[in-house]
Design a protein around this ligand. Structure first.
Ligand code: GDP
Ligand code: MN
Length: 382
């Protein structure tokens, strides 16, 4: 689970990291009042679970209340890397003397958290990592002992010659570790960590990714979840016993079993198509599940054809057929679809479909091929 900047900053603050004190707003007309509270000049910042906001035009400096309102209106509703901007952070603008980077991430190769720090912070740290990795200091952290003060000092003195600054940076790195460790994060990052003109340090951006598998230990963090529309859908699907992941192709897939779902996606790709999703309706599919699954597929505007691929085992073909017929009665859609049905109670399933005027193939490759043709505009048919 990712946090937005304002949430990550609130957490950093609790762990003793100096952060700017901004105000969150959700409407442009609230922005000037927030800016007055914060004090001009301010930076109007898009709050989304994605980086690169600055380059996308989602971070803008405002010197007057009029500019605040203009920027707020321009940024709200923008889409940054597929995330719609619904909140802004009105943050005090600061005069920057230097931009640094500090982060802790889980290094999956060594199975350890690694502390990274660089004097080349700012918006292009990925470029620095790729082209001039020597400009980044790396320090592997022993997860049992944690980051120890002398280790943090060593890294901090690698960034700053000046003793006062290095000691201030040490405290920030130790705070970052306590936050990373204490929240079961897989990433905690400050980019940039800025040096102000008076020499003090301040985190003006914050990014935290929490480990989903550890969220049960942190109900207060779980409560901070801001689900994207995609995640809302996936969570709702889960409640209906469906496992759903949206992809970007045009062929909606409804499949029973994770293995068959993967195979279906592979076959579609192999034949030159693109699946719109992974959707496993699971074993023992009740007609109800099929109706929910169908609703999910037709609500995705990318879907141009649907491929229902059922291999009856525990799942009974007649159940799926009944669900499908019910779904088509209840859901108003003109999307073309293809059914592939084979296995347990296949005959009964086919009879139910035939009564509703739907034919089904028993060959998966054939079904996928037809779905691809339909998605390309090859006419409507079952
Ligand atoms: P990101 O692009 O999503 O990483 O958003 P950041 O919060 O890191 O902002 C991008 C860039 O905007 C920073 O690297 C800074 O250079 C600049 N910026 C952000 N806040 C301020 C500020 O208060 N004052 C100044 N001068 N620049 C800022
Ligand atoms: Mn940043």
């Amino acid at each position: 689970m990712k946090l937005e900047e304002f949430q990550a900053k609130a957490l950093y603050g609790r762990f003793g990291i100096p952060v700017s004190a901004g105000v969150v707003v959700t409407a442009a007309h609230e922005a000037p009042a927030a800016a007055e509270k914060v004090g001009l000049p301010v930076v109007v910042k898009a709050q989304v679970q994605a980086g690169g906001r600055g380059k996308a035009g989602g971070v803008r400096l405002a010197r007057t209340l009029e500019e605040v309102r203009e920027h707020a209106a321009a940024i709200l509703g923008m889409t940054i890397r597929d995330c719609r901007v619904e909140r802004l952070l009105i943050d005090p603008a600061v005069a920057i003397a230097g931009e640094y980077y500090a982060g802790i991430a889980l290094d999956r190769r060594t199975g350890r958290p690694v502390l990274m720090a660089s004097a080349s912070g700012g918006v292009d740290i990925e470029k620095v990592a790729a082209e001039t990795p020597e400009k980044i200091l790396f320090h592997a952290i022993d997860p049992e002992r944690g980051l120890r003060p002398f280790e943090a000092r060593q890294v901090a003195f690698g960034l700053f010659r000046d003793k006062a600054k290095a000691l201030a940076a040490t405290d920030i790195l130790l705070g970052l570790w306590r936050c990373y460790d204490g929240t079961d994060a897989s990433l905690a990052e400050i980019n940039p960590l800025v040096e102000l003109e008076d020499g003090s340090l301040l985190a003006i951006d914050a990014k935290i990714v929490l480990d989903d598998s550890a969220l049960f230990r942190h109900p207060e963090l779980e409560a901070m979840r801001i689900a994207t529309p995609e995640e809302e859908k996936e969570l709702a699907a889960k409640e209906h016993g469906l496992s759903y992941v949206r992809l970007d192709g045009g062929i909606g897939c409804m499949v029973n079993g994770a293995g068959l779902a993967m195979a279906t996606m592979d076959v579609i790709r192999h034949l030159g198509g693109a699946p719109a999703n992974f959707l496993d309706i699971g074993g023992s599919s009740s007609p109800d599940k099929v109706v929910h699954a169908m609703r999910l597929l037709v609500s995705d505007e990318n879907v141009r054809a649907i491929f229902i691929n059922v291999f009856g085992g525990i799942t009974r073909c007649d159940d799926v057929a009944r669900g499908l017929v019910t779904a088509l009665e209840r859901i108003d859609t003109r999307l073309p679809f293809v059914v592939r049905l084979t296995g347990t109670n296949e005959e009964e399933g086919r009879r139910i479909l035939a009564d509703a005027g739907i034919s089904a193939t028993s060959d998966m490759t054939e079904g996928a091929r037809r779905a691809i043709a339909l998605a390309r505009g090859g006419g409507v048919g079952a």
